[in-house]
Design a protein around this ligand. Structure first.
Ligand SMILES: [Zn+2]
Ligand SMILES: [Zn+2]
Length: 317
C-alpha cells in the first residue's frame, strides 16, 4: 500500500501569496552559510534540512491509496488535478481500477473531479463510492447548467456510483473498505482501507470536539491497528472555540481518543486556509507537547500533512 497526499488544505484552495514566498526566500537567504551554497549538492542538502524550502501546500483534500492494479482516491479536491496528471503519465489512468471514495460533497472535496483526465477517456470505467445514495446527482450537478463547460451526460467514460453500507465492510477487489458516519453538516463519512495487513484511516471532515466523550470509543475502535490515521484537525484549541458548529475539530481530542490505541501515525489534516506554514508547524508542535503530557506511553507518531508526503507500506499478510 502506497499512500500519497495531494491536497491537505481545508475549505478553500490556498495558493501561496507573493508575500509568503518572499518571506521564505528572505529566511532561506539570510540563514544560508557560504558552505551551504558552495555546490549544487550543498544547496540541495541545505534545502533538504531547512524548514523554509517547502510548504504544507494549498490544495484541498485529495489522498491517493495505491494498491497493485487499483488506485483509490479519497476525495476530489483541487489536489486531484496533479494526481490526474501523474496517473495519465504513469499509465494507471488507463490501466488501473479507479475508485473514488467521497467523504462528502462540499465544494472543497469535489471541485477537482471535472479536471480528472480519465473521465474523458471513452468507455473508461470509474467507480464512485460514498455513504450517500445520491452521489451521482451531487457530482453531476457541478457539471451542469452554467457551472462547467463539459456536461456530465456528455462524458465518454462509464462512471458508476454506489452507496456503501454503514454497518458492514465492503470488499473492493483485494481491499476491504469500512465507513464511519462523521459529525459534519450534510452527512459525511470517514473511511478505513485494509489491504495486505496494512491500513489507512481517513477521518475528515468531522467535529468531534463538541462532544468528545461519547465518540472516543467509536473512533478508537475504528482506527485500531491502522498504520496511518488522517484526521480533521483544522483548528487550534483556542481557535476552535470561535468555530463551534463549523463541522471541524482540534487535534487535541484525537490525541485523547487514541491515547491507548495501537496505531502507527496520527496525521493533522484539513489545515485552516488562514493558517500559514509557520502556524501549522506551531499547531503540530503544541500537539506533540500535549501528546507527551497525556499519552507519554503512546508509541505512535504525530505529524502534520503536507502535499507530496508518501507512506510506502509493505504488505505483511
Ligand atoms: Zn472540507
Ligand atoms: Zn465539509
Amino acid at each position: 500500500m502506497r499512500i500519497r497526499l495531494w491536497g491537505t488544505r481545508g475549505s478553500l484552495a490556498t495558493p501561496m501569496s507573493n508575500t509568503q514566498l518572499r518571506d521564505k526566500a528572505r529566511a532561506l537567504l539570510s540563514e544560508a552559510k557560504p558552505a551551504d551554497l558552495a555546490s549544487p549538492a550543498a544547496i540541495d542538502a541545505y534545502l533538504d534540512r531547512t524548514p523554509h524550502s517547502w510548504t504544507y501546500g494549498g490544495n484541498t483534500s485529495c489522498v491517493e491509496v495505491a494498491l497493485p492494479g487499483q488506485t483509490f482516491i479519497l476525495d476530489a479536491g483541487t489536489g486531484l488535478r496533479a494526481l490526474s496528471a501523474q496517473l495519465m503519465a504513469d499509465g494507471r489512468g488507463k490501466s488501473d481500477e479507479l475508485h473514488f471514495l467521497f467523504t462528502h460533497f462540499h465544494w472543497d472535496h469535489i471541485c477537482g473531479f471535472p479536471f480528472f483526465g480519465p473521465i474523458y477517456l471513452k468507455d473508461r470505467d470509474i467507480h464512485v463510492w460514498s455513504g450517500r445514495s445520491d452521489s451521482e446527482s451531487l457530482l453531476s450537478s457541478q457539471m451542469s447548467g452554467a457551472h462547467f463547460p463539459v456536461k456530465w451526460p456528455s462524458l465518454p467514460s462509464k462512471i458508476t456510483c454506489t452507496q456503501l453500507a454503514e454497518q458492514q465492510a465492503t470488499a473492493i477487489g483485494a481491499a476491504t473498505i469500512r465507513i464511519l458516519p462523521l459529525i459534519h453538516p450534510d452527512q459525511a463519512y470517514g473511511y478505513r482501507i485494509d489491504f495486505g495487513g496494512r491500513s489507512v484511516c481517513y477521518l475528515t471532515d468531522t467535529e468531534v470536539s463538541k462532544s468528545p466523550h461519547r465518540l472516543a470509543e467509536t473512533y478508537a475502535e475504528f482506527v485500531s491497528g491502522a498504520d496511518v490515521v488522517i484526521v480533521d484537525a483544522m483548528y487550534g484549541f483556542l481557535d476552535y472555540h470561535d468555530h463551534i458548529n463549523f463541522g471541524h475539530s482540534t487535534i487535541f481530542n484525537f490525541i485523547d481518543f487514541f491515547r491507548e490505541t495501537r496505531i502507527g501515525e496520527l496525521v493533522i489534516f484539513h489545515h485552516d486556509p488562514l493558517a500559514s506554514d509557520a502556524a501549522v508547524t506551531r499547531l503540530r508542535n503544541d500537539a506533540n507537547r500535549y501528546k507527551e503530557l497525556v499519552a507519554p506511553n503512546a508509541t505512535w507518531r504525530l505529524s502534520a500533512a503536507f502535499e507530496g508526503k508518501v507512506w510506502d507500506l509493505e504488505s505483511v499478510s
